[in-house]
Design a protein around this ligand. Sequence first.
Ligand SMILES: C[S@@+](CC[C@H](N)C(=O)[O-])C[C@H]1O[C@@H](n2cnc3c(N)ncnc32)[C@H](O)[C@@H]1O
Length: 520
Amino acid sequence: MSNTPDWSGGYVTDIDYTYHFFRELSPLHLRFSALMAGYRPFLQSVPPPSQSEKFVYCELGCGNGVSTNIFAAAHPEGQFFGIDYMPSHINFASGLARQAGLDNIHFLEADFRQLDKEDIPSCDFIVCHGVYSWISQENQAAIRKFVKEKLKPGGIFYVSYNCLPGWAAKAPIQHLYHMFGHSSQGDTLEQVDQAMAKFDQAFATGKGYFEAQQQSIQKQLNAIKKQEKSYVPHEYFNQDWHLFYHTDIISQFQEAKLSWVGSAVLFDLYIESVLGEEAKQILDQYKDPGIKETLKDYFINKQFRKDVFMRGPLKISPREQSRLLLETKFCLTVLRENLTLEMTINGANFNGKADTYLPIADALAESPKTLAELVNLPALEGKGLANVLQTVCCLMDSGQASICEPLNKKAQKSMRQMNLAILEQAQYAKKIDMMLCPSARTGIGVSWLQQIFIKALLEKQSPEQVAWQAMLALGERMPSKEGKPLTTEQENLAALHDKFLEFEKIRPQIFKLLGLDGKA
Ligand SMILES: C[S@@+](CC[C@H](N)C(=O)[O-])C[C@H]1O[C@@H](n2cnc3c(N)ncnc32)[C@H](O)[C@@H]1O
């Protein structure tokens, strides 16, 4: 029997997608990306945004809906729509929304090609993450039609995709995985194992392509092996797998009346600063932003883009832009002791300079600060606005800081309900590995075990016992020092106790980040 039913159009539908959260899809982040690129975000008062401003947000191909659920809880003033044609995804996503008591989100089981049958209002935001490269040209056209018809003037569209030239040397890996996978037996996950083994066998010969591209193949294989297994078929087994140059995407969406304004990866604005003089001089020869950006993709061998478009974007004057930026408030989204200067952005590692990063981290750990307040920190005297802003952007890109929003009662309540729903889910499944940070209105990483400890503490139960019962139900065991599963209850409880003691040290800071006051 085929693993891809007729309605799927060749997309892998027998394996549910992962339950990840993507902070770049946040309405606040998208507005900030537009502002950074020099465009007026559509709402008048950005930032700080007025909390009464209503908006409509739609995610196309929302998967299990974790991101959209989180943003709906964070923004009760918005109306959210999540669209996906896999019933199991919509079932999970709407279950989480129900459990959190959200009344501003609608998950629709629909195919991109049939969106005109759905009752969706005009949108201020449309986002499409991890979808566009993996669907047919007919579906891509359906997305462009939807965006053309539904995005309001001044609205923001986000699309991510696999791009060239970063994939050029590695595209043949996908071809073989796809070919080997589809000629293997068993269910999709068994096919993944077989395809990977067959590829490794061919790679080990070190012949031809495998020799010429040895380094980039090895790098990609390491990355694949780090991924959850359920991700692999979604990336490699779809009938459709399209690579785009940035300029292809610009012209495709021009048809939908959209203009490219920038990237949701803020560091993309600063790439020139790490390229060196020779590359900079070449870039300076080009005025067209699309050509410039594409050349930058070549200089950093980019393989995944997160593009931000607007419909009828309005340029903002540098004076107004800097006023709005200076008024923007930022906060940390990690514990200060976990903040690292070794960051990975666009797949590249780099170290932040301690004399700029640390004073900013310390100040934000104390309390949220506006950019103006950060620039005026005595420890940053002489660093300058541009330098401080770049540092904050890198902290945001590496998931360590975020825009900070004033809280109101309604948002506080819905975010707390969402956090409690995530804790409830943790008892029965290890799926969502994040929770909401209310001051940032975004998700932050919280491991399954931390979630279980938090739940037990809120309910005044023994954290080790609650964790052990949950592990028993999931068939999980704590690992020994050698990484083998511990067998007896006593051993497991002792290992859990050690973990809980570690957690206890950071408990007050985690509770503060998550806006939990200790009451259930
Ligand atoms: C790789 S997943 C990305 C999910 C989510 N955006 C994320 O990044 O976590 C792609 C999603 O698109 C959905 N999809 C693919 N083709 C579709 C179609 N023709 N109509 C609606 N949804 C589709 C799939 O079911 C899947 O959930």
